[in-house]
Every structure is written in C-alpha cells, then in structure tokens.
Design a protein around this ligand. Structure first.
Ligand code: CA
Ligand code: CA
Ligand code: CA
Ligand code: CA
Length: 316
C-alpha cells in the first residue's frame, strides 16, 4: 500500500510494494542522510521521503537519490515583470514566460549587449538556466535555454566572468552540489557549462564580486547541507581556483552577497542561514580589520535571501 504524505521542507513518505509506510513528524533535513531515516524502518526495508521537492530513497544496501521531482500543485512556472510608474507604484503583472518549470530565481542584465535589460531565470524541476531578450520596451522574446545541466537549479546570477566585456551567467544547483558558469559569445549565445565547484553540498546561492581586489570577478557560494560560505578566485579569464572556505557555521546557508560593509575598500561577504534565522557578515581582511560594524547599510531580509540597500554613504 503506497502511502504518501508530504509536507514542505521535511516530510514523510512511503513507497511501493517492498517499502514500508513511514510516518514521522519531521525528518531533519539538515542532518546527515543516515540520521534522517527512521532507523528501525531503514533496517528492514527501502524507505523514501521527500527532501524539499525531490524524492530521496535509502535502500537496505545504501542510499541513493532519485531524479524526476514531482510537479507541485499551485505553481505556475512563471517569469514576470512589473512596470514602475516612477514613484514606486507598479503596474499589473506582465508575463515573460511560463516555461520555467519550478521557477525559483530571476536576474536582470543586458545579456545580448544591445543596451536594454534582459531577464534570466533558474528553474528547479527542469534543471534549467534560461534567458529572455528584451525588445527595448519591455516586450520579451521566447525562452532561450542556456543549460539544463543544473540539477535542481536554485539561483541564476550574471557578471563578466571572463573579462571580455560581455555578461556571462552563473548558476547554483542543489542536487548536483554545483556552482557553474556559462560564457557569453557577446550576443547571448552561451557555451557549455563550466564547473567552478562541486564541493558545495546542497548549493543554494551564487554571487560574483572582486573578492581579492585584482580586478576580476571572483565567485561566492552558499550551500545549505554543509552550512558553508566559500569563494573561488578567478584567474582573470574564467578559470577558477580551489574552494576557499569563509565559514561552515552558516546553519542552512541559503544566500550569499558581497559589499564593502566596513568602508575599507574591499568586498566583505554577507550570508543568510535559514536554520539559524541569521544574517551574518564576514569582513575581508585583504586590507584592514574593521574598526566598527557597518552602520550606514541596512540589511532587509528574511533568512531566505540577502539584499543590501544603502541610505547614506556605504559603498556596494
Ligand atoms: Ca539586451
Ligand atoms: Ca564575458
Ligand atoms: Ca578577483
Ligand atoms: Ca570591506
């Protein structure tokens, strides 16, 4: 008797014939995989459960992941924008695409270099990174796929990674623990996926900033399952060094961002960790230690994402 009871984030499941019906209050999503299993059940039968939106299974011989996350009811797979009237009033929703299956992240940048702002998307269920060309007045062309190799893509970001003057694209994907980038040919055509790291267990966020101050865009990552904030040095042409860990204390790391919070001229790093309900920052010691905590920046966020707005003189 297959039974299927699901909750968001942590849940309970059951599976096919040889499996048994597991019912638990909450399988701790941040615990090591083995600890997430009801031990008595795992000892005698295959057990499967939902972890976020993906079905995971543990067999009696060991554990494995299953692909093919199910469709979630009530999701519209939509990328949209809203026109500003100039004073913060917004018009009605204007749909760009409904082909982003499990849409979860957007970013805006001039992808094709024609002077207008295009749109990028990441979507979980189709593992897709894509973009949509702006016609210059807010009309958007059809979805142009950059990659479908970002397994459970959770964030898209854009920056000139290889320093050739056009905007390249970065992705974080959770199931394959991957931070990657895609080279722009200058007109919105993209090369194959170039992996920066797979040492981000449960990769959830990617950001680009010149962390080491040598003029090129380095990359930052936040990963949920290993509570890690890390960065990767760019060699100037899109080749990246090994992972440099900033912290492994960001419990349930969900977002990373960079800005000069202490005003000493280098990029400091911000993180959001959902399990600890914490927004934290890490000063960049490339120049000098901070003399005081940031006072002119305002962090506005839940622990789901980090955004920084400046009201006075802080620099981003
Ligand atoms: Ca454009
Ligand atoms: Ca580029
Ligand atoms: Ca750099
Ligand atoms: Ca700084």
């Amino acid at each position: 008797m297959p039974c299927l009871t699901r909750f968001w984030g942590c849940a309970v499941v059951l599976l096919p014939p040889e499996s048994i019906c597991v019912y638990a209050a909450c399988l701790e999503t941040n615990a090591p995989l083995s600890l997430r299993l009801p031990l008595a059940a795992a000892a005698t039968a295959d057990v499967c459960w939902w972890h976020l939106t993906r079905l995971r299974c543990s067999t009696r011989e060991g554990h494995s992941r299953m692909s093919g996350p199910p469709r979630m009811p009530g999701k519209d797979d939509k990328i949209a924008w809203y026109a500003n009237d100039g004073s913060g009033g917004f018009g009605s929703q204007q749909v760009i695409s409904t082909l982003a299956d499990g849409a979860i992240s957007v970013y805006a940048a001039d992808v094709d270099g024609d002077g207008d702002i295009d749109v990028l998307s990441a979507s979980t269920r189709d593992d897709k990174i894509a973009w949509y060309a702006n016609d210059g007045s807010g009309g958007f062309g059809s979805q142009q796929v950059i990659s479908t190799l970002a397994d459970f893509a959770v964030q898209v970001h854009a920056a000139d990674v290889d320093g050739d003057g056009d905007i390249d694209v970065l992705s974080a994907s959770k199931t394959d623990d991957k931070i990657a980038w895609y080279a722009n040919d200058g007109s919105g055509g993209f090369g194959s996926q170039q992996v920066i790291s797979t040492l981000t267990n449960g990769a959830h966020s990617v950001h680009a900033a010149d962390v080491d101050g040598d003029g090129d865009m380095d990359v930052l990552s936040a990963s949920y399952d290993d509570d890690k904030i890390a960065w990767y040095a760019n060699d100037g042409s899109g080749g990246f060094g090994s992972q440099q860990v900033i912290s492994t204390l960001s419990n349930g790391a969900r977002s990373v961002y960079a800005a000069d919070l202490d005003g000493d001229g280098d990029k400091d790093v911000l993180s959001a960790s959902i399990e600890a309900d914490t927004i934290a920052w890490y000063f960049n010691s490339r120049t000098a230690a901070p003399s005081a905590p940031p006072t002119s920046g305002e962090v506005t966020t839940t622990a789901l994402s980090v955004q920084l707005t400046c009201r006075d003189s802080c620099r981003i």
